[in-house]
Design a protein around this ligand. Structure first.
Ligand code: UDP
Length: 324
């Protein structure tokens, strides 16, 4: 298939491109390189530097006999989405609507969409399955849910079939070292731990140690980005075979606490990684775990790269050269 990967120069997108290429799909990356980086582009894939807000450019890219779209282009910092909702509405919502309109115009009827556990909000039960009520508690999560709603309507009205992949906590790097670009200004836990291990930042602030968990710190379901990438391939195969829209959680059902992550990172890196307890971060549930039973059943997918050691080791390999 010929696949347009929108946001293909980003952290998750570049891993998705790698797995699409290894499955012999033809890939064209469409990315504005605002957070993605040129270092993440593969020579075997085409590249168009463009913005999802630039409709004519997007339509031109879509009119290259594209069979399916993988859509990963989005602003994703939760805190920023609460301070600057306009930026998130513009980029994430208008960008997604442009994509669906361009697909309609260019007669492209399949899309794999990057969604998030943030659509669920505070969990009412664990592990969270796809039937769990959706009640986002941050604007970023709202934009992801809204985009899913648009896709539902474009399915009904225009026959665009979608698979929405609700990622839990994406971590790790390609184990073969094929993806080289580090994220700029990372906001997530593991890159922050790595920066502390490298001496780029002084310490890790742990947001809350008074949660009702085994060590008082928050527990999350960390899923290796190569497992996420593999799920995109399976999702494409599913769409091709069944032509039916679906939503899937992608996680491991295993929880790791913030403190456990730091202690394991110390062990693997041999670095001190100082940390300090700080107050809770607004909107953080104590525990978030995915049920990925549906993906296992319908896609034949399960996480195989996501043990903690592998997650940290593959990330450290990239950060290590900058360690002092
Ligand atoms: N976290 C932390 N310090 C940091 C960044 C994150 O203690 O500097 C915690 C955060 O409160 C959450 C977990 O690490 O419990 C994972 O946060 P992240 O931002 O990576 O992902 P999220 O769960 O918000 O999607």
């Amino acid at each position: 298939m010929k696949i347009l990967v929108i946001g293909g120069a980003g952290y998750i997108g570049s891993h998705v491109v790698k797995s699409l290429l290894s499955a012999r799909h033809e890939v064209c990356v469409y990315d504005n390189l605002s957070t993605g980086c040129a270092q993440n582009l593969f020579s075997d894939a085409g590249f168009v530097q463009g913005d999802i807000l630039d409709y004519p450019a997007l339509l031109r890219a879509m009119k290259q006999n594209i069979d399916a779209v993988v859509f990963l282009a989005a602003k994703k910092a939760v805190g920023e989405s609460m301070e600057n909702p306009g930026k998130y509405a513009n980029n994430n919502l208008i960008g997604a609507i442009n994509t669906l309109n361009a697909m309609t115009e260019a007669d492209v009827r399949k899309i794999i969409f990057s969604s998030s556990a943030a659509v669920y909000g505070l969990p009412e039960y664990l592990p969270v399955d796809e039937q769990h009520p959706t009640a986002p508690i941050n604007f970023y999560g709202f934009t992801k849910l809204d985009m899913e709603n648009y896709m539902n309507w474009y399915d009904r009205l225009k026959g665009i079939k979608f698979i929405s992949l609700r990622y839990f906590n994406a971590v790790g790097y390609d184990e073969e070292g094929a993806v080289k670009g580090l994220e700029k200004n990372p906001q997530n836990l593991l890159p922050i731990i790595m920066e502390a291990a490298c001496g780029i930042r002084k310490k890790v602030m742990i947001f809350g140690n008074d949660y009702d968990t085994r060590d008082g710190t928050c527990i999350r379901d960390y899923i290796h980005v190569s497992d996420l990438a593999a799920a995109h391939l399976k999702a494409l195969e599913y769409l091709q075979k069944n032509n039916q829209s679906q939503i899937f959680n992608l996680g491991t059902e295993n929880g790791v606490s913030v403190l456990e992550m730091i202690l394991k990172a110390r062990e693997i890196t041999g670095k001190e990684i100082p940390y300090e307890f700080a107050g809770r971060r607004a909107g953080d549930p104590a525990v978030l775990l995915a049920s990925a039973q549906k993906a296992q059943k319908l896609l034949g997918w399960s996480a195989v790269h996501s043990d903690l050691e592998n997650i940290i080791d593959s990330t450290w390999k990239l950060y290590k050269p900058s360690a002092i």
